[in-house]
Design a protein around this ligand. Structure first.
Ligand code: NAD
Length: 373
């Protein structure tokens, strides 16, 4: 049993912000990444939340990702823009690239943004939310260069990344549709969460080198699991792709669109530097809406889906985005659950950076403790 602490999200955001500033990030980058990580945890995606901080700290130290890299324009044609992120802070770069795409969609009805060599952009749904809040549809195809982790359908060998897809559709009369997932059965971070005492993985989430399905994160991380920042490249096995041949095909499409097209590179080569490649398409629904019914149709359809009769054992039929909204509301009310080993790893980073005063502040912000499986 691992102890889980309920922490004040604001105090944790401040601590992460201070750590990233001490690691060389600009104030805007540090604020953006700290808010993104805590928000991902609040929305229930612990794999892309605060657990990432020690890894970012170590990567900033080794130069695997770099602070203060601008969103560098590479090409501009029609309604498309291509950018290079210079291995910078991914969440900040993706937020800025999304703003560019929204501006293009506002001017031209459509915006296409290709971003290569972004550090780690985190929870891709955050950018679909950013576009939906501004009233725009968005589609994201992302690959993770230098991160060969996933065995595709029919293979026992790693060939691709966890390559996330996100689609956002604004709902002018209610909750936006935010679909956002990794094309591996579980995101890599979920294997890390499981290895650190969090939620156990499904029995077919991983594959050993012998081609057998397993839930044991050790096949992914190997002996590095005992280290402070486990390396998912170090194990003999692989994550599996979701959705049989269909999900596996989507993963390969992300390698081609987010990897080959953006210039980030696919995982066909093993010598690539780590970094997200993102192809994002933004649409202004008003331009496709000659009959003027888009907003009402979206709202009606979402209500229709939610009001359909639930399957056995299901309480409510949800639309994509609902689970995250509910989890966030709940965690804002109760405090953010953080497994004690995750909090210790964050506090160790803070104390290594002489941010001991923050550590004390954070310890005071622990609201309560609970045992989790
Ligand atoms: P997941 O399996 O939890 O699926 C999440 C999606 O399913 C969401 O859209 C959610 O609203 C929807 N959903 C969940 N329960 C539902 C229900 N009962 N009814 C209807 N819809 C439901 O997500 P995941 O694959 O574990 O991905 C986690 C995160 O990891 C994502 O935010 C993704 O962007 C991120 N990720 C990032 C990278 C990267 O390199 N930056 C790589 C992989 C994954």
């Amino acid at each position: 049993m691992t102890e889980t602490l309920l922490v004040d999200p604001q105090a944790l955001t401040s601590l992460i912000d201070e750590v990233l500033r001490a690691d060389g990030c600009s104030v805007d980058e540090a604020d953006c990444v700290a808010v993104h990580l805590v928000d991902a945890s609040l929305r229930g995606h612990d794999s892309h939340g605060v657990i990432r901080l020690p890894r970012y700290h170590s990567w900033l130290g080794s130069g695997r990702i770099k602070a203060r890299q601008p969103l560098s324009p590479i090409a501009s044609f029609g309604a498309a823009r291509q950018f290079d992120g210079g291995s910078g802070m991914g969440q900040w770069l993706a937020r800025e690239a999304t703003s560019e795409g929204i501006a293009l969609a506002r001017e031209q009805g459509i915006g296409v943004v290709a971003l290569r060599r972004a550090g780690h952009i985190g929870r891709v749904g955050a950018f679909a939310e950013q576009a939906a809040e501004a009233g725009y549809i968005s589609l994201f195809f992302v690959n993770v260069g230098g991160s060969r982790l996933v065995a595709p359908f029919g293979s026992a060998q790693r060939v691709g990344s966890t390559a996330p897809v996100a689609i956002g559709v604004p709902n002018p009369e209610g909750d936006d549709f935010i679909l956002d997932f990794a094309t591996s059965k579980v995101a890599e971070g979920k294997a890390l969460v499981a290895a650190r005492g969090g939620k156990r993985l499904p029995g077919d989430a991983l594959m050993g080198a012998d081609g057998r399905l397993t839930d044991d994160p050790e096949v992914l991380y190997g002996p590095s699991l005992k280290e402070g920042t486990p390396d998912p490249q170090a194990g003999p096995g692989a994550l599996t792709a979701f959705g049989d041949h269909k999900g596996s095909g989507l993963m390969l499409a992300c390698e081609l669109l987010g990897g080959a097209l953006t210039g980030n590179g696919t995982n066909g080569r093993s010598d690539r530097a780590f970094g997200n490649g993102m192809l994002a398409i933004f649409l202004d629904p008003a331009r496709f809406n000659d009959l003027g019914g888009f907003g009402g149709e979206v709202a009606h359809y979402i209500d229709f889906v939610r009001s359909s009769s639930p399957a056995q054992g299901v309480e409510d039929v949800l639309i994509p985005g609902d689970k995250e909204r509910r989890t966030r509301a709940e965690r804002l009310r109760t405090g953010l659950p953080v497994p004690s080993p995750v909090l210790s790893a964050i506090l160790k980073v803070a104390s290594d950076l002489d941010l001991g005063w923050r550590e004390e502040q954070l310890r005071r912000s622990v609201l309560s403790r609970a045992e989790s499986g």
